[in-house]
Design a protein around this ligand. Sequence first.
Ligand SMILES: Nc1ncnc2c1ncn2[C@@H]1O[C@H](COP(=O)(O)OP(=O)(O)OP(=O)(O)O)[C@@H](O)[C@H]1O
Ligand SMILES: O=C(O)c1ccc[n+]([C@@H]2O[C@H](COP(=O)([O-])O)[C@@H](O)[C@H]2O)c1
Length: 204
Amino acid sequence: MRLGLFGGSFDPVHLGHLQLAECCQQQAALDEVWFMPAATQPFKKSGPHATDEHRLAMLELATQAEPTWQVSRIELDRGGVSYTADTLRCVHQLRPDDELFFMLGADSLRDFPTWREPQEILRLATPLVVARAGEPAPDFRALLPVASEQRVAELQASMVDMPAMHMASSTIRERIASGDDVQSMLPAEVWQYIEQQQLYLLPN
Ligand SMILES: Nc1ncnc2c1ncn2[C@@H]1O[C@H](COP(=O)(O)OP(=O)(O)OP(=O)(O)O)[C@@H](O)[C@H]1O
Ligand SMILES: O=C(O)c1ccc[n+]([C@@H]2O[C@H](COP(=O)([O-])O)[C@@H](O)[C@H]2O)c1
């Protein structure tokens, strides 16, 4: 099985995340996609705004119609800072015969060499990188400190095409707190949940 892992804060999950997962799944022929909300993202100064249970509930709503998509509690159950190398080792133990992929936007690729154990991550899984609207095009040479020239060229060739989606969770939170309409950026069920639970009413 080809298993795609998609980590993020998902605070909240938005249509850009879903589009990213869909494009990676199609272009890399993934059998399954796991959305993995982070307990605490290593580089974010403060923890998530919504609780773990709210972020999970929104992800469940956003992914329920797609049978090959699942939401994984691995990082939330482990708690603490969510390092991707730890997560990949754990998934590899659970699914030793699967080929693992991990999905990320161009902004995350830029920082990748400063992640914990980047070489171990590249040993366990193949990154699937998509361009992010408003960000420079992904520069795979960012990987040269941790990957060979040949591997970098291979990864560049397998970059995933995705239509530009101008949205980010932080902007959505800010706009909700200002009373702006964000419905066009969210799955309808997720917007209803945010309204019912009165999430993100305070500024970031
Ligand atoms: N609109 C988008 N286009 C492409 N990739 C995206 C988009 N939004 C998020 N991503 C990617 O999804 C992954 C998880 O992102 P995350 O959950 O932190 O969302 P975010 O919108 O970037 O949140 P924030 O604004 O709080 O940083 C990252 O790899 C990020 O690059
Ligand atoms: O392992 C690391 O050192 C590491 C550093 C930064 C980010 N990550 C992971 O990358 C994913 C996307 O992160 P972000 O920055 O978009 O929230 C998320 O699953 C994070 O846990 C992982």
